[in-house]
Design a protein around this ligand. Structure first.
Ligand SMILES: [Zn+2]
Length: 329
């Protein structure tokens, strides 16, 4: 029986009715804040393409940890800007590097704060690619998968020794989840979880991040290891392989142009799913709001809620602090 017996508007009549039947929630604990720590910054350095986001000196890690904890944020994920880069990205596993130092500072200032570390080489290689380069027989250059795995494992161990809770490989090398699990377990770090960037697309929405982390590839692009935006079945296959290799949580990156992928992955896996609301998604809202084209608060909370509605359990987002303040007035 339809109209006039059925009137869906009855359930939208007022705030309390809408709150009662709301299907999706968004809470501070659902959000992970990405942070950039620089080995050389003396004070917080603004990032031009990401208004409100800074490159932080290590000395600010403790205060940052406390402020995230006070906001009730779900956790933080750390990226590093080293003092020196080389072809192999050795700075990624230097125990005096920006990420292990920031992990230790944050965990000692706020032991309850969940601290994750991104594991990839592109922040640490002078060529800006996510792994070790090799020259093929025909003279072309690519990223050597298996040699890169050894470096990623050393990075993960370095962050584990510093006290990290979760390592998050973002390089898109084949077999890296299994390689990290094996290396961590061999050193007794069986309690450290792996959040795999399982489904990471070769996306045009990463531009501002590359300025933030100073990691734009010096030649070529990352299409040889990151996924083609046109593919969906491949996403399910990547995620299934990571699950078999021992991933504890899966991630889809970027988020907003890939809500269908999040929803399909939700059907396939029982593991928690994270979605990375990336720098370009953030910059678009910031730029439109600065031009008075949209209401920043409303558009941001809507975007984050819709990522949750698609099936993400948590969201890595540069909006995290603002969103926490809006959700906890
Ligand atoms: Zn990378």
């Amino acid at each position: 029986m339809a109209f006039p017996i059925q009137r869906p508007r009855r359930l939208r009549r007022n705030l309390s009715m809408r709150a009662l039947v709301r299907e999706t929630t968004l809470a501070p604990g659902d959000m992970i804040l990405p942070l950039f720590f620089s080995a050389t910054a003396k004070q917080a350095e603004p990032i031009g393409t990401m208004p409100g986001v800074m490159r932080l000196p290590i000395g600010s890690a403790a205060a940052e940890a406390k402020s995230c904890r006070e906001l009730g944020i779900g956790g933080v994920i750390l990226f590093g800007l080293p003092a020196k880069k080389d072809p192999e990205g050795k700075a990624g596993f230097d125990p005096d590097g920006p990420v292990p130092r920031a992990i230790a500072e944050m965990k000692s200032a706020a032991p309850e704060l969940l601290v994750m570390a991104d594991v990839c080489n592109c922040e640490y290689t002078d060529h800006g690619h996510c792994g070790v380069l090799r020259k093929r027989a025909d003279g072309t250059i690519d990223v050597h998968n298996d040699a890169t795995l050894e470096i990623l494992a050393q990075d993960a161990l370095c962050y584990a020794r510093a006290g990290v809770d979760v390592v998050a490989p973002s390089d898109m090398m084949d077999g890296r989840v299994g390689a990290l699990r094996k290396a961590l377990d061999a050193e007794g770090f069986d309690e450290i979880a792996i959040l795999s960037y399982s489904v990471k697309y070769a996306s045009g929405f990463y531009g501002p991040f590359r300025e933030a982390a100073d990691c734009a590839p010096q030649f070529g692009d990352r299409a040889g290891y990151q996924m083609d935006p046109a593919n969906a079945r491949e996403a399910l296959r990547e995620a299934a392989l990571d699950e078999e290799e021992g991933a504890d949580m899966l991630m889809v990156k970027p988020a907003l142009p890939y809500l269908d992928i999040i929803a399909r992955l939700r059907q396939q896996t029982t593991l928690p799913i994270g979605a990375y609301n990336v720098s370009g998604e953030y910059a678009m809202i910031k730029a439109a709001a600065a031009a008075n084209m949209i209401d920043e608060r409303r558009a941001t909370l809507e975007a984050l809620t819709c990522i949750r509605r698609a099936g993400a359990d948590f969201i890595l987002t540069y909006h995290a602090k603002d969103a926490c303040r809006w959700l906890n007035p």
